[in-house]
Design a protein around this ligand. Structure first.
Ligand SMILES: C[S@@+](CC[C@H](N)C(=O)[O-])C[C@H]1O[C@@H](n2cnc3c(N)ncnc32)[C@H](O)[C@@H]1O
Length: 313
């Protein structure tokens, strides 16, 4: 039995139930993280196999070591979850019985000041999930013009004071570079004081992180291909933590579940379109009050699941 993970898996019972863990099933965990959900799947039946995918090589190596006692039933692929075609080919697998995405960051990433995701501890303003790949948050803060910064904070952080904060960043960086998480968090707190229970820098950090990692692009690319990687009868479960992600998942699932696309005025269907999935969660699934109390990071989680009716060619 492996040691427990540092990250407490969110909606773990619900995710395993919706994935319909069963003998000889093969799953992809597209956001392996500390491997808590994967471990639950592997423990559900001794014939289940999981391919764990993560873009973060540091996380992947640690979890591969932690779950090594599962032997050949557990394998890994370093990359983005929109590259599952390559991951499947490398594993010598065909379509799978289920895919799980548990979006965002793990506690290990968030709590490591050297990764630059947290405004609660000082550290380099990095935020790259794939270490060293593409521009860091510090590079964006140093180079984007005021308008582009405001647009980023508004679009990805849904930050109401985006313009004010962008102006303050541009003024401050002319005096000295903003390369530290604490320096950015302090600056935001000065120009846009706390509203409600959220730390004033929460939305700014969310916006920068989404932009640095092109998180919405990867999710869109995943959703464009996900049905190609799933067998008939397979399940797809996605746990999202903010509305920008959840909205995309909801829209894609609804679209896949829609049969006829004819205008409502037509007396009968002429398009011949058929639904490709069955919605398993007509209403979004959220954590219980007890789970949120035990794990504050679960508070914004929203789980949606579908079952594939037929595969796309
Ligand atoms: C919330 S954690 C997953 C936690 C995991 N379910 C558990 O129980 O430990 C999200 C993980 O997904 C990874 N990740 C985020 N976006 C990704 C992407 N586009 N492709 C692959 N991995 C990604 C992050 O590096 C992080 O390790």
């Amino acid at each position: 039995m492996p040691d427990g993970p540092r990250h407490v898996s969110v909606l773990a019972d619900e995710a395993v139930a919706y994935l319909h863990a069963r003998p000889r099933a093969r799953y992809i965990d597209g956001t392996l993280g500390d491997g808590g959900h994967t471990q639950r799947l592997l423990e559900a039946d001794a014939t289940i196999e999981v391919l764990g995918v993560d873009r973060d090589s540091v996380t992947l190596a640690a979890t591969a070591a932690r779950l090594s006692s599962f032997g050949g039933r557990f394998r890994t692929f370093r990359g983005n979850f929109d590259e599952l075609g390559t991951a499947l080919m490398q594993a010598g697998w065909d379509r799978v019985d289920g895919i799980l995405l548990d979006l965002g960051l793990s506690s290990a990433q968030l709590d490591d000041p050297a990764r630059g995701f947290s405004f609660r501890a000082g550290g380099p303003l990095d935020m790259r999930m794939t270490p060293g790949e593409g521009p860091s948050a510090a590079a964006l803060v140093a180079t984007l013009d005021e308008r582009a910064l405001a647009e980023l904070l508004w679009r990805y952080g849904e930050e109401p004071a985006a313009r004010r904060i962008a102006r303050a960043i541009v003024t401050e960086r002319a005096r000295q570079p903003i390369a530290d998480t604490a320096a950015l968090a302090d600056l935001v707190a000065r120009v846009a004081p706390r509203r409600g229970s959220l730390h004033p820098a929460t939305r700014v950090f969310q916006g920068l992180r989404i932009a640095v990692n092109r998180e919405l692009d990867h999710l869109d690319a995943f959703l464009a291909h996900a049905l190609e990687w799933l067998r008939p009868g397979a399940r797809l479960v996605v746990i999202a933590y903010h509305s920008l992600e959840d909205r995309r998942v909801k829209r894609a699932f609804r679209d896949w579940a829609t049969a006829c696309r004819c205008p409502p005025a037509l007396p009968r269907c002429v398009c011949g379109a058929r639904a490709r999935v069955r919605l398993l969660t007509r209403k979004v699934v959220t954590p219980s009050a007890a789970e949120v109390q035990a794990n504050r990071r679960a508070r914004s989680a929203r789980l949606r699941a579908v079952e594939v009716l037929e595969s796309t060619p």
